[in-house]
Design a protein around this ligand. Structure first.
Ligand SMILES: C[S@@+](CC[C@H](N)C(=O)[O-])C[C@H]1O[C@@H](n2cnc3c(N)ncnc32)[C@H](O)[C@@H]1O
Length: 336
């Protein structure tokens, strides 16, 4: 403890920084081992019993819960053997996909950051992210944070064939195929890891007859007979890959040619932040921007997106903002 007010604040910020970093990994792990789900609905979880039931190392489970308690995500009883949801639990649970994206999906980048920031060293270093884990993380982000808005924008859209560019886990097209019994769906992704997760999910849903998965580059799509049938086009959380600006205009225009029947295009992505500083920088924003900076991936702002869409061959009829993740938009486009 210190009597100096400023120093106390500095110590507090610093403690939150360190303990927050540990908690990020703990949140991802707690979700993956089923502990977060067990804690939903105000449940009290005996950590020893939970570890035994799931064949887990009890001291590690206890330490994960302790790390979560440092950020008020769980409350622990006196001897730290029973965990209950804490004041931050519900919001953490809602955003758990962002943590898994950060630690599980992008962790290798953080480990290699000193090399990746060196202009010389980075040329020898392969940028490895875990596409399968990113797929699982994005699926949760989409389900909990994006899909309610997407569903509202889709409410008056009728379609027979939907294509999702950068489909990741294929969760959205599976949901749409379930809801629309006669609809067909095409998931396009470039990453074999994501397609493996998607393929398993499509098979488990018993939808292999109506949902097909194609390995293709959304930025330079090949010829596929199914593309001509697509009347609803979607792309979520990969729009920034279409940039830089001139390329983005060209690529969006090309989608009109590849998908000539697409009457609606739902495009959702997280944009670069603007006008936020210091402690006001929102959840996720610094992680998102740091990872994309390392990967040399340009991130447009919302204003830059607006200016590109105006020239893209598509007309934006509605655009909604979602937060968290901050600076995320869902746009409903129609052919211009
Ligand atoms: C952030 S994830 C989003 C996944 C999914 N759209 C969702 O909302 O859950 C981005 C996905 O786009 C895929 N992707 C990135 N660049 C791509 C490209 N050029 N062509 C096709 N897919 C791409 C990645 O493999 C990844 O599965």
């Amino acid at each position: 403890m210190t009597v100096n007010g400023d120093l106390t604040e500095a110590v507090r910020y610093n403690t939150e920084t360190f303990n927050g970093a540990v908690a990020s990994a703990a949140i991802s792990a707690a979700w993956q081992i089923g502990l977060l789900d067990e804690l939903t609905g105000d449940a009290a979880v005996d950590l020893g019993d939970f570890a035994a039931e799931h064949d887990l190392h009890t001291p590690t489970v206890a330490a994960i819960a302790f790390a979560l308690s440092a950020r008020m995500i769980v409350d622990l009883d006196r001897d730290a053997s029973v965990a209950r949801p804490g004041p931050a639990f519900a919001e953490t649970y809602r955003t758990k996909g962002l943590y898994l994206w950060l630690t599980g999906g992008s962790g290798n980048i953080f480990t290699a950051l000193p090399e990746l920031v060196s202009r010389q060293d980075r040329t020898h270093r392969r940028l490895e992210r875990d596409a399968a884990t990113i797929g699982v993380a994005c699926r949760d982000v989409a389900r909990t944070l994006l899909d309610p808005t997407v569903d509202e924008l889709l409410a008056d859209v009728t379609f027979r064939t939907v294509a999702d560019l950068g489909c990741g886990s294929a969760d959205r097209i599976i949901a749409l195929a379930r809801r629309h019994e006669r609809a067909r769906a095409i998931g396009v992704d470039i990453a074999p890891g994501a397609l493996a997760v998607a393929g398993k999910a499509v098979a488990e849903a018993g939808l292999t007859d109506r949902v097909s998965l194609i390995r293709d580059d959304a930025l330079d799509l090949g010829a596929h007979p199914g593309y001509a049938e697509v009347d609803l086009l979607m792309s979520f959380l990969m729009g920034h890959d279409f940039w830089p600006r001139e390329e983005c205009v060209r690529r969006l225009r090309r989608l009109r040619e590849v998908f000539p029947r697409a009457g609606t295009f739902i495009l959702a992505d997280t944009a670069r932040s603007s006008d936020v500083r210091g402690a006001d920088i929102p959840l996720f924003t610094p992680g998102f921007e740091l990872i994309h900076a390392v990967m040399d991936q340009y991130l447009p702002t919302l204003a830059e997106w607006d200016s590109v869409l105006a020239e893209s061959g598509w007309r934006c009829v509605e655009r909604r903002l979602v937060d968290p993740p901050a600076f995320t938009f869902v746009a409903k486009l129609v052919p211009a």
